[in-house]
Design a protein around this ligand. Structure first.
Ligand SMILES: N=CN[C@@H](CCC(=O)O)C(=O)O
Length: 404
């Protein structure tokens, strides 16, 4: 049993409250108490008889402390890169010209399939380290670049095992075999849908938390998404969806009907979509980084908030559009692109992320919550809107300091 006291916190942003000259008391991996240092209890029954007997005291030098950030949408499991394709796109090449030159999601599928598991795992480990060092203690991580039963299941097992390593973020593993139709199923899409439905149960056994379907032109239809998500839910997975990213083909309505934990991207969502999400209690996960790089209009986030939709944020890190691994940058972009206040953006990156993942044990610094905590290189949260990538000075996952 370890009791740890974080003191001399200049400003404590808990998710629900803000206070100055604060302290946080941690017992093992959980928060016991957080608030103004002047109110720090002298003892906590069953945990510590006298506060002077804590095992570790850490002076945080008057800095800003928040809950660990939550990235609610990322695609970190891939090999290779598509930088040449991005250069083509910026020179005006069309989607079809890029595909004809061997680019697109299926080119990453080819490279990922051809990469041995150890090399792939080392790359993913290095990548995930960047999230936690930048203050993101939970990452929603999708599969979706193997698109074979064994490859997708191996991806999930790899994510589960990486999560157990020291100084890695917590992982919410999402089974995304329904990312795009793989080439060997061209002309046989019904067969692929049926195969993915069969694999969903195996994905749950392998340790997946969620199933995701990319519902859009060129990916999967609303009807296919409904069938896949309902199968995934029956297997015990939470449902999430790439919805209304490029075209509106009924994805938001299906997300609402199926009871998705979150509908993501939503750049083309209109008021009917937003109303449906609000009515069904579906969290909207928006990703400003990939929207910027794909020339999509920013998602209508203000309308979502006005309609009562809970908003979460994601990096949408993926090999084709967006290399961002910094949620502090995503917070800055959300303020600039969506017109969110810093408080709204920070809440979306903490409690909003917890809602998107349907986890109740993180996203705020309250007694009983996981001690996932970040000390920032600032003394006020307004710095997120200024730094575009505010630096995390120290990170604790479950009360344990993350080693740089
Ligand atoms: N948000 C995720 N999927 C991207 C593609 C990812 C990639 O290009 O590798 C999309 O098709 O929008």
């Amino acid at each position: 049993m370890t009791v740890r006291l974080l003191t001399n916190i200049g400003r404590l942003w808990t998710g629900t409250d803000v206070c100055s000259n604060a302290a946080v008391l941690i017992h093992d991996d959980r928060i016991v108490w957080a608030g103004p240092a002047s109110d720090l209890p002298q003892s906590v029954p069953g945990i510590i008889d006298d506060i002077v007997d804590v095992d570790h005291v850490e002076n945080l030098g008057g800095g800003l402390v928040t809950p660990g950030l939550i990235d609610a949408h990322s695609h970190p499991v891939y090999a290779g890169n598509r930088w040449a394709e991005l250069a083509m796109r910026t020179s005006g090449s069309s989607h079809s010209a890029i595909a004809a030159a061997g680019g697109g999601v299926n080119s990453t599928v080819t490279v990922t399939r051809g990469t041995d598991p150890w090399t792939l795992c080392n790359g993913v480990r290095e990548r995930l380290r960047q999230w936690i060092l930048a203050g993101t203690t939970t990452v929603e991580a999708k599969t979706g670049y193997h698109l074979t039963r064994d490859g997708e299941l191996a991806d999930i097992r790899m994510l589960r095992s990486l999560e157990g390593e020291p100084s890695m973020p917590r992982i919410h593993a999402t089974f995304l075999a329904a990312h795009i139709l793989p080439p060997e199923f061209f002309g046989r899409r019904r067969d692929y849908i049926e195969a993915v439905r069969l694999w969903a149960g195996d994905a749950a056994v392998a340790g997946a938390d969620s199933i995701d379907v990319y519902c859009d032109e060129g990916h999967f239809t609303a009807e296919e998404a409904r069938a896949l998500l309902l199968t995934g839910k029956r297997a015990g997975l939470k449902a999430r969806m790439h919805a209304c990213a490029n075209e509106r083909i009924g994805a938001a309505q299906v997300a609402a009907e199926v009871g998705c934990a979150s509908a993501d991207l939503l750049t083309q969502a209109n008021d009917d979509d937003i109303k449906a999400l609000a009515h069904a209690g579906v969290t909207a996960t928006v990703c400003p980084g990939s929207a910027l790089n794909s020339s999509r209009a920013p998602a209508p986030v203000r309308q979502m908030i006005d309609r009562g939709v809970t908003v979460a944020l994601g990096t949408d890190h993926n090999p084709g559009q967006c290399g961002i691994t910094s949620m502090p940058l995503v917070i800055g972009l959300s303020v600039a692109m969506f017109g969110l206040s810093v408080t709204e953006a920070l809440r979306a990156a903490t409690l909003g992320g917890a809602a998107a993942l349907r986890v109740g044990d993180r996203g705020s610094l309250a007694p009983g919550m996981l001690a996932d905590i970040v000390l920032w290189d600032a003394d006020h949260e307004g710095a997120f809107a200024w730094a575009f990538g505010l630096r995390a000075l120290r990170v604790w996952r479950g009360g344990v300091p993350v080693q740089p």
